[in-house]
Design a protein around this ligand. Structure first.
Ligand code: GLA
Length: 684
């Protein structure tokens, strides 16, 4: 411990070099742990569980997130004694605690006394007790109870030395259409538009007699047959209600919590019920629940997932839940292969996770998740995955001495994730096959294969430090974002836009200029028309050969704008038309690719853009199935190499790297193996 403290002090002044705020909120430099539900077991069992956790080198548990009925058995009657003892027992065993506020599972007394707090779904059905998340996020009454229990917990444990952080609720997202929600919606619209005629004009309600005379008339709905402006606003509204819900609890906790305790929520990936950036504004760190339900990890997609979550706060994050082997909610629930649970944990850490917690420790004898993967069985003894997790935790404790305070190295490439554009496309895909999440993965994947780090960023991020900025589908392009992109290029930045960019304004209305809307002047070109495809169409140009798929736009250019690739001959409307164009602006440039591409085409674009933006090559040369990720603190640089494939890989290791730990023999990295290296000046 003393050694660790000395290490922390030694690195503290260097933290100013890190490009991102170093994460100050960690239980230990790297935490490994599990969800633990002491309320489900006799107290006489607790020490045996905690001893087993120690054997697995776990040092953190998350508790309490579904225990409202136990903590507050009657309205305003609190029983903390058992929780005091559980937290103390964990502490005695050297295990830190994250407390989950139990608001995802309100108790029956609350539901009975206030049935109006129940969630109402879009079809009018009312949620029932027993299935969790049976509350309305908009209910003023529910908010009162939820904030009260969060505050009571914080009063009790906000100064508890063994409590390192707070998780608000659990996997929020399901909206409600109850009376409080519709009242909030009318108020939200009033605040946004002031007078109803402004809404009518901006939404173009002179269409199917949608014209409204009062805000309370506007339906709260995400239905496919509704006005795109209404649906985008309904999404924004839900985001604001969730942000407010989280913010209320965060503020209640913060009133009593030691600043050393972090506040987060555990999010699910690609959850499009709300804008993650907004919801995270009142939180200290992001945390997410990483699951691979089919048991077949897609490493490049996983890398993107971590980058997406890291972008919420632009700092290290936690894996608050992940599967010990398998889940119980997929169609088949295949287990990860031996070694893959470890591989996933290392990958998460490489990308900036400061903690990995498994869900869950031991399954309750009843309850809805009896078949889920666990570390110990119903009999309380280790399951087959236990040893692999114990090995991983032991390794990460060693790695922690090196990785403490580090964050993923600054990337030269930014990928803009526009949640509003995703909503807009989802509402009107136009082609069934246009999947906006798949598009992000397709753009990211070739960078992962080429070993080029990419930061995912929100549209309002300061882009000045990136050599290449990609906006694969900036469909909703508001004036402020367009201006920021223009300034970025004017200052010498390199901007690559994908199809459908700039098609809509901030009201989800068609832009008066064709794509890329307000960036058309900067590009010196525009989209002539767009064509959904049911077959691939070849496209070729400067070093790029591939095929357009799903979506193709024909472009027209003015003098000064270069055509880099064209669609092939004999392809109907697309024949020989420009598909990829670029304009230099001083040291900067803007390019527009008007098609979704197959793998070859996408790789061609990446090669072109990397060369054109002069991106630095990776320290360990890329190879198929090899992932190398750097974590850095000032001049100290560490490299996690992961072989995601089934064959051994021979690494081309620069002499200045020294091996710390992992599955290396000579320079060979074993199949599904992991290794940690440091540059030579990095020893702690
Ligand atoms: C989610 C929930 C957990 C549990 C797991 C099972 O992530 O947060 O409570 O239900 O799924 O995979």
């Amino acid at each position: 411990m003393r050694q660790l403290l000395a290490l922390l002090l030694a690195v503290a002044p260097v933290s100013a070099f890190a490009h991102e705020t170093p994460a100050p909120f960690t239980a230990a430099p790297l935490a490994m742990g599990s969800s633990w539900y002491p309320e489900q077991w006799p107290e006489t069992r607790w020490d045996a569980d905690l001893t087993l956790m120690k054997r697995a080198h776990l040092n953190v548990v998350r508790i309490g997130e579904f225990a409202w009925a136990r903590i507050e058995p009657k309205d305003d009657v609190f029983d903390f004694a058992w929780l005091d003892r559980a937290i103390a027992a964990a502490g005695r065993n050297g295990i830190r605690v994250v407390i989950g506020t139990p608001t995802a599972a309100p108790p029956i007394w609350l539901t009975e006394a206030h049935p109006d707090t129940l969630r109402v779904d879009a079809d009018g059905s009312v949620a029932r007790h027993g299935g969790r998340r049976h509350f309305s996020y908009a209910s003023t009454t529910y908010r009162r109870y939820a904030t009260r229990i969060a505050e009571q917990l914080a009063r009790r444990y906000g100064r508890n030395a063994n409590v390192v952080g707070w998780q608000i609720d659990n996997e929020i997202g399901v909206p409600s259409y109850d009376r409080d929600a519709t009242a909030r919606w009318a108020a939200w619209l009033t605040a946004r538009y002031g007078v109803i005629d402004v809404l009518n004009r901006r939404w173009t309600t002179e269409y199917w007699s949608q014209t409204y005379t009062g805000f309370e008339q506007v339906p709260l709905t995400l239905a496919a047959d509704q006005n795109p402006a209404l649906v985008l606003d309904a999404r924004r509204f839900a985001s604001s209600v969730w942000a407010d819900y989280i913010g209320e609890q965060a503020r209640a906790i913060r009133r009593h919590a030691d600043p050393r305790q972090f506040i987060t929520t555990n999010s699910t990936l690609w959850n499009d019920n709300f804008d993650q950036y907004l919801v995270h504004s009142d939180l200290d760190i992001a945390a997410w629940d990483e699951y691979v339900p089919d048991g077949h990890p897609d490493w490049a997609a996983n890398a993107l997932h971590h980058s997406v979550v890291r972008s919420y706060k632009r700092r290290n994050f936690w894996i608050m839940e992940t599967q010990p082997g398998r889940v119980d909610w997929g169609p088949i629930n295949r287990s990860l292969d031996p070694g893959q649970t470890r591989e996933l944990a290392w990958q998460a850490v490489a990308h900036g996770a400061d903690a990995v917690l498994y869900w869950q420790w031991r399954s309750a004898l009843n309850g809805q998740e009896q078949y889920h993967g666990t570390l110990v069985g119903p009999d309380g003894t280790p399951m087959p995955i236990f040893d692999e997790i114990a090995r991983t935790a032991a390794e990460l404790h060693v790695a922690a001495q090196y990785l403490v305070g580090t964050t993923p190295a600054p990337a030269e490439v930014a990928l803009i994730y526009s949640q509003e554009s995703r909503w807009s496309i989802e509402h009107e895909r136009h082609s069934r096959d246009y999947d906006p999440v798949a598009v992000l993965k397709d753009w990211y994947r070739p960078f992962a294969s080429a070993g080029i780090p990419v930061d995912v960023v929100a549209p309002d991020t300061d882009l000045s430090r990136y050599r290449l900025v990609m906006a694969p589908q900036m469909t909703v392009l508001d004036a402020a974002t367009a201006r920021r992109l223009e300034l970025y290029v004017a200052a010498g930045g390199h901007l690559l836009l994908g199809p459908r960019s700039g098609m809509k304004d901030g009201d989800n209305a068609l832009s008066l200029a064709r794509q890329p809307g307000s960036l058309a002047a900067l590009l010196g070109g525009r989209v002539d028309y767009y064509y959904p495809l049911d077959n691939e169409v070849g496209l070729s140009g400067l070093g790029i050969a591939g095929a357009a798929r799903v979506w193709a736009e024909t472009l027209e250019v003015q003098p000064g704008t270069t055509v880099l690739a064209r669609y092939g001959a004999h392809s109907g409307w697309l024949s020989n038309k420009p598909a990829f164009v670029m304009r230099e602006r001083g040291k900067g440039w803007i390019a527009y690719i008007g098609a979704l591409l197959d793998g070859d085409g996408q790789m061609g674009i990446v090669r072109w853009a990397s060369a054109k933006a002069s991106l630095k090559p990776s320290m360990i040369p890329a190879q198929s199935d090899l992932e190398v990720v750097e974590r850095r603190l000032g001049r100290r640089r560490y490299f996690v190499a992961i072989n995601h494939g089934d064959r051994d890989i021979s690494l081309a290791l620069p002499a200045k790297l020294s091996f710390i730990l992992g599955d290396i023999s000579g320079s060979t990295l074993a199949a599904h193996g992991v290794a940690l290296f440091a540059n030579n000046s990095s020893n702690p």
